[in-house]
Design a binder for this molecule. Structure first.
Ligand code: PMP
Ligand code: GLN
Length: 401
């Protein structure tokens, strides 16, 4: 049977199926499978190789033992919504009402999906930076939206503000901002954040922020766009426990937004997952209430890992970005004789026993050529694993010279 795209919001119409009707594996799944197959060190998919805080793990075990195993309320358990509200206040001075302005979701991914599907009319434009987290492209297509992007250029991957001004128009419904940014590790400047808010006002657009790396910045504070004057009233702020607590498999995420937006998003969310993760919700609440020292130590620990990998990549002959946040470093393989990142990722397990992902996996066809030689390495791994990867990668410079 051929599944046609007569209605854009079919999987085929949104371009999510290959011509032969098969589903294309996400780049992360493909590269993780390659790592398993070849026994290479997986610096591709961004997941930590150590568990999160014991208090949080223990709270989940306790919840299961205590019988917290049935459907939680549609908006999420009250204790988690209250903990999210406390967290927004403690770190950013934001006041959100846990009853009406917070929604718990199945990871940041469901928060993004429900938001985009709830707030977009077919034909509306959505502006994101490029490269962009792969789910954005798929979700905008499923929502029947038109995806406009503003390229971020190496070495600092900050946007050209004139291009940003040109991209946002009266046709723009949503501006989706991922800060700290995957895959580049960029943290946007105050000027960029302010311009986004100004443009949203001028063109009556809504802002959706993806802040899953909010606690993983190095030497720079994380500033949510919703803290800027005039922003909270038109911003959906999205985050997740996956990255902060090194628990990516739990898929507990959330969003905060004005009550009317939360209600619209809930209307969609109820038919996506309805609810998820009953025993994990109180455990993430415990995590959100951990003292500041936990958050500081997590960022410091990750910064040290970034530095180990950055040194290793530089010694191996790559030119690299200087990430100020996130799990990722972008590296250019041109000096090593590779100008096609996809090809490089396919041969790297054999050359050096390491798996990485091409940055073009985060790009629209229009810009793919511009990012062709770039690959993304994840440093959310044990120091000894990063050191081993660095040693193995150093063989590349010997080959290239
Ligand atoms: N947004 C970004 C930028 C990400 O890197 C990821 C991957 N962790 C997600 C969203 C998805 O988060 P979650 O696993 O909580 O759905
Ligand atoms: N966010 C993770 C990354 O960028 C991957 C999540 C996924 O596999 N969908 O590596």
């Amino acid at each position: 049977m051929t599944i046609s795209g007569a209605w854009r919001r079919t999987a085929a119409g949104a371009g999510l199926l290959a011509a032969d009707g098969t589903v294309t594996a996400s780049i992360f799944a493909e590269m993780s499978a390659l790592a398993v197959r070849t026994g290479a060190i997986n610096l591709g998919q961004g997941f930590p190789d150590e568990d999160g805080p014991v208090e949080v793990l223990e709270a989940a075990r306790r919840a299961i033992a205590d019988g917290v195993n049935q459907y939680p309320p549609g908006r999420g358990t009250l204790e988690l919504r209250q903990a999210i509200s406390r967290h927004q206040h403690r770190f950013y001075g934001l006041s959100v009402d846990p009853d009406t302005e917070v929604l718990v979701t199945a990871g940041a991914t469901e928060a993004l999906a429900a938001t985009i599907l709830a707030l977009l009319e077919p034909g509306d434009e959505v502006v994101t930076f490029e490269p962009f987290y792969d789910a954005y492209g798929g979700l905008i297509a499923l929502g029947g939206g038109v995806h406009r992007t503003v390229p971020l250029r190496s070495p600092d991957f900050q946007p050209d503000l004139d291009l940003l001004r040109a991209a946002v128009t009266d046709r723009t419904r949503l501006i989706v901002v991922n800060d700290p940014h995957n895959p580049t590790g960029t943290v946007f400047s105050r000027e960029t954040r302010e311009l986004i808010v100004n443009l949203a006002h001028r063109h009556d657009a809504l802002i959706v922020t993806d802040e899953v790396y909010e606690h993983l910045t190095f030497g720079v504070p994380h500033i949510p766009i919703s803290t800027l004057p005039g922003a909270a009233e038109r911003t959906v702020t999205i985050s997740s426990g996956g990255k902060t607590f090194s628990l990516t498999g739990w898929k507990v995420g959330w969003l905060t937004a004005p009550a009317a937006l939360v209600t619209a998003i809930l209307a969609v969310k109820q038919f996506l997952t309805y609810v998820n993760g009953a025993p994990f919700q109180p455990a993430i609440a415990v995590g959100l209430d951990l003292p500041d020292a936990f958050y500081t130590a997590t960022a410091q620990d990750l910064r040290a890992k970034r530095d180990v990998l950055a040194r290793g990549l530089t010694t191996a002959g790559f030119s690299i970005s200087q990430p100020r946040g996130s799990y990722f470093i972008v590296a250019d393989a041109t000096n090593l004789g590779y100008t096609d990142g996809v090809e490089f990722c396919r041969v790297l397990p054999e050359l050096a026993g390491v798996v990485t992902v091409p940055v073009t996996a985060f790009c629209s066809p229009r810009y793919r050529a511009d990012y062709a030689p770039l690959v993304r390495f994840a440093y959310c791994k044990k120091v000894e694993v990063l050191e081993r990867a660095a040693t193995q990668l150093s063989a590349l410079s010997a080959r290239a010279s």
